[in-house]
Design a protein around this ligand. Structure first.
Ligand SMILES: [Fe+2]
Length: 419
């Protein structure tokens, strides 16, 4: 396992031990509500990452509550009251979703997992009839969710998410597009939440969107986009800014540029920064999309006045898609020739060793209602800005070093065609 103390890899032995401890505590003070009624749950997920060393890479577990005690084991019980089967990466994606008891949350979670991983990636059979049993399982889900880390094997994760080719394209072109990374329903929710947060005069750009609601906390952790970010900027990449732009009809107002402000030329060969722009409506030639000059990152410099426009391509993509551009690729905002507003969310990340545009506000309640992924992008997992009485935070340093080494190795495997 590659985790900080208190964090866990999905279905590892330590994960199961933690689940046991949680259930032991809950079964005691929920005894009256559970009323001695037995129930059972079993899950089995295939194609787990090889470093976890599950037999045949299949991870299984069962929970049997006998009316008094919950028994957690490693075996798979196809006759359990509730049986969940599927792909490990899809199961992990669901496992990182915290807050399943909120109204509509379970439906939203299933919808987004199906969107990202495929309709059949998780299959559920049976159900728990008992309300108290269902509530305890939901609380177990959340308890584990706020401790469960993303799959650290970048190549394995990218392959399961269908992103191996996208990572190669990103390195070659300086950008790539993930079509329909969120559902149209979620895109509508985010658009509405963005307009709710903006005042009428706030059009060109509004920062600190993370702190305007759950929609933004969920969007910024999108596992598909995060895989591109990990591949480009390494693990521990931090939010540089999370901004919204509302753009009405008229010429584009952001001219040709790179996102490497104050970075001396030549730019380094590794990427410093990257931006995922979310389309909350269809992006077409007339909607005023971002234009990108493919491969321009290879020049490793700022564009000179008037340069590059001939080679630019408009980013056309359906609602719910995200374009991720990185490596200092050249881009600009297109003209909008149709009526209405284009509303976008810009998830801008920096390599973890760099300073950010937005100061980070660490809200312990926000961390509590999300998986460790959110803390990682707020700089919680690295040793910067931290001290203990003993001096530097060597635990976080060692953790991040291990994660960087593993990620780099697996990225090389992707680019060399070995993954
Ligand atoms: Fe930009």
């Amino acid at each position: 396992m590659i985790t900080l103390p208190g964090h866990l890899e999905f279905l590892s032995d330590a994960w199961l031990d933690d689940a046991r401890r949680f259930l032991k505590r809950e079964e005691d003070h929920r005894k009256d509500r559970l009323g001695g009624r037995p129930f059972s749950v079993s899950e089995r997920f295939t194609d787990a990452p090889p470093h976890l060393k599950f037999p045949d890479d299949a991870a299984a577990w069962s929970l049997r509550y006998d009316g008094e005690t919950a028994h957690v084991s490693r075996d798979f019980d196809p006759a359990a009251d509730l049986v969940v089967e599927g792909d490990y990466q899809a199961g992990l994606t669901a496992a990182q979703f915290v807050g399943v008891l909120a109204p509509g949350a379970m439906t939203a979670m299933s919808r987004e997992v199906a969107r990202m991983c495929g309709e059949d990636a998780i299959r559920v059979k049976g159900s728990l009839k008992d309300e108290a049993a269902r509530e305890m399982m939901a609380l177990l889900h959340d308890h584990m969710g706020r401790r469960t880390v993303e799959n650290p094997d970048l190549a394995h994760r990218a392959a399961r998410q269908g992103l191996t080719g996208k990572i190669r394209e990103m390195e070659e072109q300086g950008y790539t597009i993930i079509e329909r990374a969120i559902s149209p329903e979620f895109a509508d929710e985010v658009r509405k939440a963005t307009l709710r947060a903006l005042l009428p005069h706030q059009t060109i750009s509004m920062n600190w969107m993370l702190y305007h609601g759950r929609e933004f906390e969920r969007l910024i952790q999108n596992p598909l986009l995060m895989t591109l970010i990990d591949a480009s900027l390494g693990r521990g990449a931090v939010i540089a800014s999370f901004s919204s732009i509302r753009k009405g009809p008229g010429p584009g107002v952001i001219p040709m540029h790179t996102d490497y402000s104050h970075v001396p030329e030549p730019y380094p060969e590794f990427a410093l920064t990257g931006v995922g722009v979310w389309a909350l409506e269809d992006w077409t030639l007339t909607s005023g999309p971002t234009w990108i000059v493919p491969g321009s990152h290879k020049m490793r410099r700022h564009p000179r006045p008037g340069e590059g426009h001939n080679a630019g391509v408009p980013i056309e993509m359906p609602k719910g898609s995200v374009v991720f551009f990185t490596h200092g690729v050249w881009h600009w905002q297109g003209d909008r020739t149709e009526p209405g507003d284009r509303v976008t969310l810009h998830a801008h990340f920096n390599r973890g060793i760099l300073r950010s545009l937005e100061p980070k506000k660490t809200d312990v309640q926000m961390l509590h209602r999300n998986a460790p992924r959110l803390g990682e992008m707020l700089g919680e997992d690295d040793w910067f800005d931290k001290m203990s009485a003993a001096g530097r935070d060597h635990v976080r340093f060692a953790h991040m070093q291990k994660l960087h080494t593993f990620t780099e190795k697996r990225k090389r495997a992707i680019l060399e065609g070995a993954a």
